[in-house]
Design a protein around this ligand. Sequence first.
Ligand code: PEP
Length: 681
Amino acid sequence: MLRLHHGASALRFARPRPRFGRSARAVTPTKAGLLDSFRNVSKRSQNGAKSATGTTSEVDVAALERAVKLETAPVRQGEKNEANTKRRAVMAGNWKLNPKTAADAKTLAALVGAARRDVDADVDVFVCPPAPFLADVVRVLEGSGVAVGCQNIYWKDSGAFTGEMTAEMAKSVGCTHVLVGHSERRELFGETDEHTRLKTRKAIDCGMTAVLCIGETKTEYEAGQARRVCSRQLEAALEGVQADELSQVIVAYEPVWAIGTGLTATPAIAQSVHAGIRQWFREKYGDGAASKIRIQYGGSVKPETVDELMQAPDVDGCLVGGASLVAEQFGRIFNFDPTPEGPRKLWAEEVVPCGNQLGESPIWSEERQTLYWVDAPAGTLFSWDLKSAPVRTNFGEVLGCVGLRSGGTLILGLESGLHAFDPATKKLKLLSEFEPGLNTRPNDGRVDRFGNFVIGSYNNAHRVDAAPIGGLWRLRAKGQELEEILDYKFRCSNCICFTKSGTTMFFCDTPTRKIYQFDYDPRVGPMNRRLLYELPSSVPGGPDGAQCDDDGNLWAAISGAGKVIRITPEGKVNLEIELPVKQPTSVTIGGPMLDTVFITTRAENGRNDAGSLFACRVDDTRGIPEPEYADSTSLANAETLTPGLTRAEQSAAKSKFCSDCGVAFASKTARFCANCGARRS
Ligand code: PEP
């Protein structure tokens, strides 16, 4: 609905203070050597080479491409800050088939012009009225700082083309911009990629700026094709366009499902596609062009959503439909606040499209330069050296967590108990059973800073019966007794991690949404519980896995809210990492410089990047090298997993009966016959 406010005095902005350039932060230096190694591995893999570890894991070229991005992503984030001075924000209003009369158009234009004069914002603004109003609107907006664009042009210069308007005609009345490839033109008027190319070419040749609209439909979005569709549309529309002509191109990413529907892509979803679009420009035109091209977001942008959208490092402006018809709203949009109150924001990038059902327990080994994580229900362990494709090992039963263990081995929280595992020999040995007889399974686990393994449990039925039956346990390195170390039970243990000194432990029973800290004594365990942080009621979901950094901050994945938060020792959130997926599940800090936050996620309907591993380099943070579980149990006589067979398949293949005396073994994991004492083969 068109609402006109008469007179500039009617313009009241929710945020009256003028806005200047965005604040600059230091650019994180890159490590070219690391990038090169990623690139080399990527090339190798594309040539069909096996993974460096020589395991049965498939080489996942896409994962390697993502790994390259791990190197470049922080540069882009830094670039954005640096580019705040380079990439000026650009806000556009698409009036579509509005307003009704030339008089209304002039009034709306006058109000927009007044709003623009009112604010000293470092932003380009233009509006795109219907063709009959162009000349009037240009006159009204003269000297206001608001430019005028048209909504369409034809690519011919003259001739029998009834109903069309040439670029020259639009330019001759003062138009500087033209929308091309808008989804409504594509959908309702049958415009093709080829038409979009011809119009883009014509706009450039005529000295105008082409606002090239691209974006995926709802079906394409749900199939996870957003980036692919955008790349295809860019490829077609910009065929033949040279790098030095890109100053006459603005890209408008408009997910079709968000146009005029009231649905706005979250800033993290927009950021993830914008980063992909910028990557396309990088690959096609090089770094310089990519860092300069301006990319607008369009789709139900409102005064309430603009500030957060504009914080995303690759969102350079907005193309606004409905809200541009209300001068007050459009004014608030182009007077956006680039540094709104609240924690600093960063955006994670998908680095391994591993399709986890429930990724969990990421842990970085400083010594092995390897990241481990699990897909819990699938019972799969992932080991990734950040170069080759991740190596997958399947255990055929729920695998709740993984911790480091001495001698290059690991400790695993499998449903059948806590096991030592050697990835090199595939030897697996039971160290302790875990809550036998209860409908629970191992969940979060971490090695404490004294070499013991602390692990919490998960009531498999907690969503139905909400019964607090799980316990927090510690497997001592010496003697290997499993002792219960918390004096209360809970439903779903999470957040277990330790500060650098090891004398503070964090813990959360997820459904309570409260994260506690405890004094931690290597002999006694956690004591003196204090509330560190409670998730505000405005935030959905609950705290999931967490990790501590070198400064004593706690990094917690907030599953359901699509973010990881950094909580200071005083309980304040001072940084948020946004993800395009809703359910991050756990977090750790690793990488060669211990400055990269790795985030596991859970699968969701309608997003094929849900379940991927995400990463975000953080310039002001260092992780703490993770300790190892320090028992001395030998794996020499342990069972060996046969590559290609899950553990369940191997157990099934094993006889239930003693080959010496024929009597059944006492349990699935019994190593000796209780009847005759023979070792199980
Ligand atoms: C548009 O038409 O380009 C647009 C983004 O519309 P709206 O803001 O109304 O969704």
